[in-house]
Design a binder for this molecule. Structure first.
Ligand code: MN
Length: 576
């Protein structure tokens, strides 16, 4: 793709000459960086970058985002240093490109259970909705050229597109893109079903299109003209094949029951004309009861607005109509991006729909607070940043599976969330290829590798290093099992053991609990439970229960605990 092919898409008042020059510079830079690289199809790699940026520009996004889109593979595939991008195109573009690259690390392994958390991870790692939009367009072009890849790879990518990318496009309100992605993936994931649906609808679609254009449209236009309504556009839209198939699944595969195979779409100037047009259609033709949908008064959760009705049109054929304004139409096509795209000032418009469209984000994170009724400019952009996952982190296994953990989680939590066996035999942990302490705090996007050894056993101090209750209870269970095992091996040892409870009063300070548990692990005593009573804020009472051993060792333990800084009082209770 040459600049002369690209430039026309920027030919709107939305982009200033400076914007154009900036995008051009990114275009040339990327073309240079990808020089000599080829796609699986054999065409220059750069075509992929340019096409991705082209789709992003079609959404009407800002110059920085378009520049980032054309540069999106330069970090990963050309070894361009991030610093170079930042120097050449600024911190914002560097951030966007880096985030897109980070997203490519997320791998999908077809684990049904994990799909939702993977979608969340995707959004959390992205941090900014513009990153998601670039990634979606990157995927669109990859799907368009998927036939050049090996069969097995095609399957994985297409499934991922169906389960991750298309639902995200839908949530962002980009219905057209969702339909396109699904239809590209459909023949790969379900080839037989796709062939069947295509065969079923082909002749129907053709006949339907002729019917709408030849018989319905002239009657409708005449009626609208009488009421002085001049539509901005009338056309027929064919249902996307994949969504048709899903609808067939819900309707006993009976295609006769699908009444919106084709729909007539009417675009008018304002909301008033939408309702007027609906009235005119209902005067012409009898509506099917229960099929009038007012998505203007009650938009879909993703912000979609339109009036839908199904009538017995010319000759009694069941026909669906969709009526909307130009603005609603653009929103349906561009989703969340529409709010930057058509603002004269270069700042996003605000209003009710914005709030509605953000609603999915609320749902996603159970974010209860209402955002203001009108969110403006900067504040709007801020609200698009995906920071609703503050209390969760999403980390990866070496195979790219996503593990969803509480913030502050350590490798111990990670290990136990994968499997108790991994946790119980954990020897060490690597984060992003480097060895870390067991107490290391994990961050979203980290790849965590747990090293295990058969002989390794959980230690009681792990209890204070684990943050999640899942890990803690598994550690406790393992410690118990260990203890019982050693009793079985050595009955004399068992006799010497009795349940003990150590009660410690101490002035609270950072690290107090850690020092106490360390004293126990010094004597290799497994703690069953630690309880901290903070009724007296200054002097909390800590109760530690454990299986005690011989008298001498208990004495030494007491001495050691008494020696801990800030400890005021220590008493030991034991069962006879
Ligand atoms: Mn790419």
């Amino acid at each position: 793709m040459q600049w002369s092919d690209f430039e026309p898409i920027l030919n709107t008042p939305h982009y200033t000459p400076e914007d154009m020059a900036f995008i051009r510079r990114a275009f040339d830079f990327s073309q240079n960086a990808h020089r000599g690289q080829k796609r699986a199809s054999g065409e220059p790699y750069f075509n992929h970058s340019a096409k991705t940026a082209y789709y992003v520009a079609e959404l009407g996004l800002d110059a920085h985002t378009i520049a980032a889109a054309v540069l999106h593979d330069t970090l990963e595939d050309c070894d361009t240093p991030r610093a170079t991008l930042a120097k050449e195109f600024g911190e914002e573009v560097a951030f966007l490109v880096e985030s897109v690259s980070k997203l490519s690390k997320v791998r999908y392994r077809g684990l049904q259970r994990k799909v939702e958390s993977l979608r969340k991870m995707f959004l959390a790692v992205a941090e900014d909705v513009r990153v998601v939009l670039i990634k979606l367009m990157d995927r669109l072009h990859n799907m368009e050229t998927i036939r050049y890849l090996p069969k097995e790879k095609q399957g994985r990518i297409a499934l991922e597109t169906l389960e991750i990318f298309a639902p995200i496009a839908y949530r962002l309100g980009i219905g057209e893109l969702k339909g396109k992605l699904e239809d590209l993936a459909f023949p790969i994931v379900h080839p037989d079903e796709h062939a069947w649906v295509q065969r079923e609808v082909e002749t129907r679609m053709l006949a339907g299109k002729e019917y709408l254009a030849g018989e319905v449209r002239p009657v409708l236009e005449e009626a609208l003209r009488k009421e002085s309504i001049t539509p901005l556009g009338i056309d027929s839209r064919a249902k996307h094949l994949y969504s048709l198939w899903k609808k067939l699944l819900r309707n006993d595969m009976d295609i006769e029951r699908i009444t919106d195979l084709l729909a007539m779409r009417i675009i008018v100037r304002n909301i008033e004309e939408c309702y007027q047009t609906l009235g005119i259609i209902h005067q012409l033709w009898k509506p099917l009861p229960g099929r009038i949908k007012d998505y203007i008064a009650l938009p879909k959760p993703n912000g979609y607005r339109s009036l839908h009705t199904t009538v017995f049109a010319v000759g009694g054929h069941v026909t669906e109509f969709q009526i909307r304004t130009k603005e609603m139409h653009d929103e349906a096509e561009h989703g969340i991006a529409a709010h930057w795209a058509y603002a004269e000032t270069g700042k996003p418009k605000s209003g009710g729909v914005v709030d509605k469209r953000m609603a999915w984000v609320h749902d996603l994170a159970e974010w209860q607070k209402e955002i203001g009724s009108a969110v403006e400019g900067e504040e709007f952009l801020e609200s698009l940043k995906i920071d609703f996952f503050k209390d969760r982190i999403f980390v990866l296994t070496p195979k790219g599976e996503v593990i969803d953990l509480a913030e502050g989680a350590t490798p111990i939590d990670f290990a136990y969330h994968i499997h108790s066996e991994i946790g119980d035999h954990m020897l060490g942990a690597k984060v992003n290829g480097k060895m870390v302490q067991f107490s290391h705090e994990l961050k979203t996007g980290d790849t965590v590798h747990i090293l295990t050894q058969k002989k390794q056993r959980p230690r009681s101090d792990w209890l204070s290093l684990a943050k999640t209750s899942v890990a803690k209870s598994k550690i406790r269970a393992a410690l118990h099992r260990e203890e019982e095992r050693s009793f079985r091996l050595d009955p004399k040892l068992a006799k010497k053991h009795h349940r003990c409870e150590l009660t410690i009063t101490a002035q609270d300070r950072v690290g107090l609990l850690k020092d106490i548990t360390a004293a126990f692990s010094f004597f290799r005593i497994n703690i069953d439970n630690v309880f901290m009573n903070t009724q007296n804020k200054l002097y909390p009472v800590i109760t530690v229960s454990f299986a005690g051993r011989e008298e001498k060792q208990l004495d030494r333990l007491m001495t050691r605990v008494r020696g801990i800084k800030n400890v005021a009082e220590v008493t030991l209770k034991r069962e006879k």
